[in-house]
Structure formats: C-alpha cells, structure tokens
Ligand binder design. Structure first.
Ligand code: SAH
Length: 361
C-alpha cells in the first residue's frame, strides 16, 4: 500500500487512494490539508468570495429524513420573507460589496413561487445595475423553470446530490416515489446543460455512510465536471427521524475532521473550482470555516437573512449566527479571514475559474 506522501505525489487518485487519504491522521492528515492549501494559493489565489445567503422561506414540499424544515415537521414555524425584505437584503449585499447573493429556500414548485422568484431576480439585477451575481438554491424544478430563472439573470445553481450512491440516497430520503436519485441527477444535468455554473455537494457523516461512499462522491464531482461544491458535516436535528446519533455514528469532531479532508482532497483533484466553507462546519467548531479556507475552500456564505426569521430556518441543531443581524457579519468575517491569511474579494463575482476556462470566456 502506498504511503500518504506517495499518494499525494500522484496526479490522479484511485478510489483506494481516496479512502487512504480520508483515513489520514496526525502528521499525514496535516500534510494533506497543507498541500491542498498551498495548491489553492497557486491556482485560485488567496481571495475568498462572499455569497450573501438569503433564506427566502422554510416552506418545503420535500420530506428529507435529515432536514429540520422537512414537510412533516409540524413544529416548524413556517415563514416567507416579503419581496421587500428580499430586496432589502440584496441592497445590503450590494452596498457591502459582497459581489453575489444566494437565494435559498425549501422546495416549492407552484407557479406563484416560480413567477415570484423570476420577478425577484429581475428586480435584484435592476437594483444593482446588473452587478450582483445571483446563485439559486431552490431544489428540483422542471427544465422550463430552470430556463426561466436563468433567462431572468440567475447564473449559478446549487443542488446537492446529497449522496452519489443511489442506495444511500434512498436511505436518506423518503421512498414515496417523489424523491429519487434519478430525478436528482436529471435535475443536475438540466442545470448544467442550461448553462448555469453548477454546484453540488454532500453531507459528511450521515447515517449509513461509509468512507467508500465519500470517495465515490469525490469521483462523482470530478466525473460530472462540477464548477462549485458545498459540503459539510451532517448534524442531527431533534425533530427529524435522524434525531439521535446512529449506533456507529462518528462523533461530531470526527465528522468535522473528515469534512476538512474532503475539502482538501477535492481541491487537489479539481484545483480551479469554487469550494465553499460551509456554515455547518462553524456549528461544530467556531473557527470551522476559517480552517476550511486554510485547507482549500475559497467561498463563504454570510447569512444576510433578516434576523427575525433566522431561528426558523434550522436545518440542524445549533446552527450558528441565528441571533445576529446581517450588519454584524461583515466585520466579524473580515477579522476572521485575515487570521486565515486570506483576503475578501469585495465587489467581485468570484466565478468558478473552472467554469470560465471550460467556456473560454
Ligand atoms: N431546498 C433546497 C435547499 C436545501 S437546504 C435544496 O433542496 O437544494 C441546503 C442543504 O442543507 C441541503 O442540500 C443539505 O445537504 C443540507 N442539510 C440539510 N439538513 C442538514 C443537516 N441535518 N445537517 C447538515 N446539513 C443539512
């Protein structure tokens, strides 16, 4: 079996290599994180780009077994931001020179919702003189809907595959015929074909997941030639079927370390993509996002949802920053990122270099 050093010298990693890297501990583990951090600096540089996250609504038609805002959770206080609140958040992001926003929501597919998003995209483009980049994270929709939103001006779409192993995917989602792996994959294919910069990702440390599954996820990102990835630790939510740790569940700290290794390995495999330092990392370690930036991530999504709603978009227990207003985020992040030897790409879209090079822009 090759050593971690030997594997890290290679250009391509086999599935077995990936599993060895995911198992790397101590000095080997540190070497992996360091090497990925160095490669990031050489390829995409030391800038971290902001995507102001607007959590538009927690109303959801889906019933994912892990998610706090799943349809069957009757304890959730369901909300919808008003149009004016969304536009105000977008103005805030523009004023603070965040470059881009992400509109995320539970999954809703009716025409009222679709038309509303279309209108909001148009208005956000107008209020920012076309300057604010718009990423959507609104779940599975039809080809027509993805096209309408793209035409209105959204240019990136995030849809996590959640797991690239169809059997595991099935175990994490209800078997009601309304939520299949094939549908999810098809949605991702559509998003890519329409021309969005395409983002996906997985949770790390879910029930039933193995290291082989995670290695498969990394290979999936590469095979799919993805532009952006967001992945973070799975964290239990009290009011879901996965509320208590599974018998062989990893402790949160191990899920955290594994997530950092996933980020680092992915950076080595796909040097020019955008990788997010996700909020779930910060839920486990207060410096989680900064550690991910050091290990290869280059995107952060500060939450700019109006403070009053944040307590209701709880995907998992202990979600951080739910008691803050958007104004408090910027200063906090500026300082934190300086500590991680990075600077913020203010006023820039920070598009995936990978996407640009593929399209010859
Ligand atoms: N409705 C949108 C947005 C979903 S929320 C969509 O379907 O794309 C964004 C992500 O949060 C999900 O894709 C999932 O990977 C993650 N998430 C949900 N519940 C979680 C939990 N308990 N722990 C960690 N991440 C979770």
């Amino acid at each position: 079996m090759p050593t971690i050093n030997e594997i890290l010298e290679q250009k391509l990693f086999s599935k077995d290599n990936l599993i060895s890297l995911l198992k790397a501990e101590g000095a080997d583990g540190l070497h992996l994180l360091q090497k990925a951090g160095e490669l990031k600096l050489q390829t995409v540089g030391n800038k971290v780009y902001f995507r102001g996250l607007i959590e538009l609504s927690n109303v959801c038609e889906k019933d994912c077994l892990y998610c706090g805002i799943r349809r069957s959770n009757s304890k959730v206080n369901r909300y919808n931001l008003t149009d004016e609140e969304v536009l105000e958040a977008a103005r805030f992001a523009y004023r603070e020179r965040y470059g881009s926003i992400v509109i995320q929501s539970g999954e809703v597919t009716n025409e009222t919702f679709v038309a509303r998003i279309e209108r909001l995209i148009t208005k956000i483009k107008q209020l920012s003189g076309n300057k604010l980049g718009i990423t959507l994270s609104l779940g599975e929709q039809t080809k027509e809907v993805y096209c309408r939103w793209f035409t209105a001006g959204a240019h990136r779409y995030l849809l996590r595959i959640e797991s690239s192993n169809p059997y595991l995917y099935q175990k994490l989602h209800p078997g009601d015929g309304n939520h299949t792996y094939e549908q999810r994959l098809e949605a991702l294919r559509l998003i890519k074909k329409i021309g969005y910069q395409t983002g996906t990702g997985v949770m790390i440390g879910t029930p039933f997941q193995t290291l082989e599954d995670l290695a498969g996820d990394l290979l999936f990102f590469k095979d799919f030639d993805i532009d952006m990835v967001g992945m973070g630790p799975f964290i239990e939510h009290d009011d879901t079927p996965f509320n208590t740790p599974h018998a062989d569940a990893l402790p949160l700290s191990a899920r955290f370390n594994l997530s950092l290794k996933m980020v680092a390995i992915l950076r080595l495999m796909m040097p020019d993509i955008n990788i997010a330092a996700t909020t779930a990392l910060q839920a486990i370690d207060p410096l989680g996002r900064e550690k991910a930036v050091k290990a290869g991530a280059n995107i952060i999504m500060p939450n700019i949802t109006p403070g009053t709603y944040r307590n209701n978009y709880l995907l998992y227990n202990n979600k951080p920053c739910t008691d803050e207003e958007p104004e408090q985020c910027t200063g906090c992040l500026d300082t934190r990122l300086a500590l991680a030897d990075s600077e913020i790409g203010y006023g820039e879209w920070g598009d995936s270099k990978h996407f640009k090079e593929n399209k010859n822009f």
